[in-house]
Design a protein around this ligand. Structure first.
Ligand code: HEC
Length: 165
């Protein structure tokens, strides 16, 4: 027979175990610059859609395989002149092809890595496209995280990897 005290203690312990299972501490992803690995410190408020919020916590792109998001991403790819350097199908032109499975920056095989490259650019001719980074005089110019995820969804829709592997 359990004593009353013992039952209470057991309930307390299982309560603690259950609540820690129900609410795992989800820390935000730490984004780093493709140039030098330094922290990017992107304002979490910019992740303002359910998909962007999920990406902030998991590093996975929820738009992969979503045809509607990919179609929007293709439009953004054209609007932001990605086409001019990477070609209309992102197979490469002045800039490299983006379809993989191998990349100039190996981390671009992951969606977190490609997000960082698009957001903050590289030292080799790829400018930062993140909101507020494209044009220092115009903080409204550039892609929001949700838009970057849609562009990536389009690139991955005909590429060699999904990036969520
Ligand atoms: C002015 C030309 C230019 C434009 C416009 C441009 N890029 Fe790039 N991009 C480049 C070049 C050049 C590189 C190679 C950079 C390097 O080697 O450091 C590159 C690299 C990349 C990479 C890394 C590829 C790899 O193999 O790791 C990604 C991803 C990328 N660009 C996406 C984009 C997207 C998305 C846009 C539009 C929002 C865009 N680029 C617009 C020129 C451009």
């Amino acid at each position: 027979m359990f004593s009353n005290k013992g039952v209470k203690a057991a309930l307390l312990v299982s309560g603690i175990v259950l609540s820690s299972l129900a609410m795992p501490a989800l820390a935000d992803q730490k984004f780093v610059a493709t140039q030098d690995g330094s922290p990017l410190n992107i304002d979490p408020k910019l992740f303002d859609t359910p998909a962007a919020k999920e990406f902030l916590q998991t590093g996975k792109n929820p738009y992969i395989g979503n045809a509607e998001a990919a179609a929007r991403g293709k439009k953004i790819f054209q609007l932001y002149s990605c086409t001019q350097c990477h070609g209309p199908d992102a197979k490469g032109q002045v800039g490299p092809g983006l379809l993989g499975p191998t990349f100039r920056y190996p981390k671009d095989a992951t969606n977190k890595g490609m997000f960082e490259t698009i957001w903050h650019g590289t030292n080799g001719g790829m400018g930062a496209k993140g909101l507020g980074l494209m044009d220092p005089t115009d903080p409204t110019n550039g892609l929001k995280p949700d838009e970057v995820l849609k562009v990536i969804a389009w690139i991955r829709s005909h590429g060699g990897v999904t990036g969520n592997e």
